[in-house]
Design a protein around this ligand. Structure first.
Ligand code: UT7
Length: 323
């Protein structure tokens, strides 16, 4: 059985870190409120002129280095973003060009904060089907560009960044001991599309628009949907929560992560937390968190990793991977 095995990981954060106190100077907020309600202490913000493509390319190069590969080895790029450089072409094609790749296929996936899980699921299906051999799966965002910097209910929550995985199709035994993606599960429910959205777009307003969110509503759905899709993904392969070594969640709010861990029945010290340093980087948050936990030695070859996310749409999903 073909498996999509992780061969490399890399990430990139813009140089500029913005603290809660920095934000308290521009909107009516405080470090105390932000830390207590979200767990966020700082976020990184892209420099002027630094685009989603630039962040994605830096993360992709780091992942290729980590895999000991070059762009010539890759024949698929799937890039998750809701903040593309342009309405079209896909930012993935700009990344492809920047990496000097003229072969293979590159496209974007748009599922907001669930984007990385969606991209991983799509790339896994393509590798398993034999459509490609080696994929770069990237999550990259510059949410700072779609924030209303006068709205304290949203502007304190998000940050910019990118992370990337190199996946390679390898023959496995078809058992749960195989390395690689073991299961993915995706969901969406468009009835909730107005709970978290951007109030502009090429076909509606001909503008880019700003992010709008009913935070409390999103929070309520997040805890329920995330815990249920985590359980559903484990059920698909007959694993139990105690067989999971690390949960690597989308980083929206520490309170959501704590509540989900409790509901799911996993100890908080098995949950990789980066929201304090990165804020919510939407589709980039999972690969950024993975990279932190791989580099600091927590995630090791052979570990079972459960990734999960929930975002605008609503979209939500999970991916189970043996590292
Ligand atoms: O990544 C995609 C998924 N996104 C999420 O999962 C986000 C989910 N939602 C959340 O994380 C939380 O709902 C928030 C962090 C957005 C908000 O926390 P909350 O505990 O739900 O607060 P709230 O919206 O109920 O607001 C409580 C109060 C309000 O004041 P009143 O009406 O009680 O007087 C807000 O106006 O806090 C006020 N408030 C703030 N105060 C200081 C809202 N934002 C701020 C702020 N600083 N930045």
């Amino acid at each position: 059985m073909r498996r999509s095995v992780v061969r490399g990981i890399g990430s990139y954060l813009p140089a500029k870190a913005v603290t809660n106190n920095d934000l308290a100077a521009i909107v009516d907020t405080s470090d105390e409120w932000i830390v207590e309600r979200t767990g966020i202490r700082q976020r990184h913000i892209a420099a002027e002129g630094e685009t989603t493509c630039d962040l994605a390319v830096a993360a992709a190069r780091a992942a290729l280095d980590n895999a000991g590969m070059s762009a010539a080895d890759i024949d698929l790029i799937v890039l998750a973003t809701s903040t593309p450089d342009n309405t079209f072409p896909a930012t993935a094609t700009s990344v492809q060009a920047a990496l000097g790749m003229t072969h293979g296929a590159a496209f974007d996936v748009q599922a907001v904060c669930s984007g990385f899980v969606y991209a991983l699921s799509v790339a896994d299906a393509m590798l398993k089907a034999g459509t490609a051999e080696r994929a770069l799966v990237i999550g990259a965002e510059t949410f700072s560009r779609i924030l209303d910097w006068s709205d304290r209910t949203t502007c304190v929550l998000f940050g910019d960044g990118a992370g990337a995985l190199v996946l390679e199709a390898q023959e496995g035994e078809g058992t749960l001991d195989d390395r690689g993606v073991l299961a993915t599960k995706l969901h969406s429910d468009g009835r909730y599309k107005d709970k978290l959205y951007v109030d502009g777009g090429p076909s509606s307003t001909k503008t880019v628009g700003y992010l709008r969110m009913e935070g409390r509503e999103v929070f309520k759905h997040a805890v329920v949907n995330i815990a249920s899709v985590m359980a559903e993904t484990l059920e698909m392969v007959g694993m139990s929560a105690d067989q999971v070594d690390w949960v690597v969640p989308h980083q929206a709010n520490k309170r959501i992560l704590d509540s989900t861990a409790k509901r799911f029945g996993i100890s908080e010290d098995k949950v990789v937390l980066t929201v304090d340093r990165h804020g919510n980087t939407s589709a980039a948050s999972i690969p950024l968190a993975l990279d932190v936990a791989v580099k600091d030695g927590r995630i090791k070859k052979g570990d079972v990793i459960l990734m999960e996310a929930m975002g605008g749409g609503f979209t939500w999903g999970a991916a189970l991977v043996r590292w």
